[in-house]
Design a protein around this ligand. Sequence first.
Ligand code: GLY
Length: 405
Amino acid sequence: MNRTLSLISLAVVVLSLCACRPSMKDRLAQSLARADQQLSAQLETVTDSTQFPRTTKDGRLVTTRRNDWTEGFYPGCLWYMYELTGEEKWKQAATRWTEALEPLKTLTNHHDIGFLMYCSFGNAYRLTGNEHYKEVLVEAARSLCTRFNPHTGCIESWNYRKAWNGKDEWFYPVIIDNMMNLELLYFAAKVTGDTLFTHVANTHAATTARNHFRPDYSCYHVVDYDEQTGAVLHRATCQGFTDNSAWARGQAWAIYGFTMAYRETGRKDFLDVAVRAADFWLNHPRLPEDGIPYWDFNAGEEGYAPDWDYDPHDYPVIPRDASAAAITASAFLELADYVPAGKKYRTEAEHILNSLSSPEYLAEAGTNANFILKHSVGSIPHGSEIDVPLVYADYYFLEALTRMR
Ligand code: GLY
């Protein structure tokens, strides 16, 4: 297929399949065409399949090498491009960057094997049916289960470490992000029939539902457990504004994770958590008009006292986090189908996607190191990745565009 034809077919996919306002259709078609331009150009600059685009520093592309938590998102983006366009070039590239991750199937030193393997091999298996990919995923799920402890009733996210401030100790830290890794376990349960996977995933989700949420259903980022008794030792943040604040991406992981857990189990208690966490987001008085959250709902707010080196003068404008918005848009599109009052989630998802498709967030062709979206935040307390593109923002944006169908 030549390039003009492929761009036309891309636009046709969106125009014909999305049931939304005409102006919205145009914007989404434009976003898909832009994604095609950007990721095509990025593919030309990254030729080594052991390097995975992640973000930018001083405007230049930053890649990681199978040593972080984000490598699965790049092949995941390529698989979504293949799904959206049917173009062989995306499949070939997606296959290369996916297969380069196979050595990580035995990774047991942190919990992110779910992100790493399911976004890559999970999409690869879904779109190709290649049985080897299924075996890789099952092995990865077994690796993840090694971090489950029946006393705590959850999967350890990080090994023992000092908190970001270098003072507090975390013995058995579990972060809300970990909900996302359960999708790998539910997949393994389905294809093997081994109930261990379901047991671990359901127990982790139930423990998280019990311990990670405040009465208003905002969530803590980190919960630290005593690994002998299962008692909660600390509730804290690592990447949020303060321990008692609502870090936007953490809230997004919670909404997405519990929506997915409901899909996989039909458990009403998981759906309730998803809905309450979603309503916290939707009804929050500090959610900006365009639906793209500040990096933390409480950033800079009175009553929230950061114990990191925070100077409000450094942030005359509070940074937004497009990655949290993209994750939430994708989750809202799914949640909308599970509850009678679901229309409000779909409407908000469309609103978010409309904003992300505007010039404020959608990169101009050839800029942004060829990532699709601008204005995400990695971790402000660590002073890293502030107001930059992030590969996982692009991944969930493409997933949401795919779900719009
Ligand atoms: N899982 C790490 C993050 O969301 O930044």
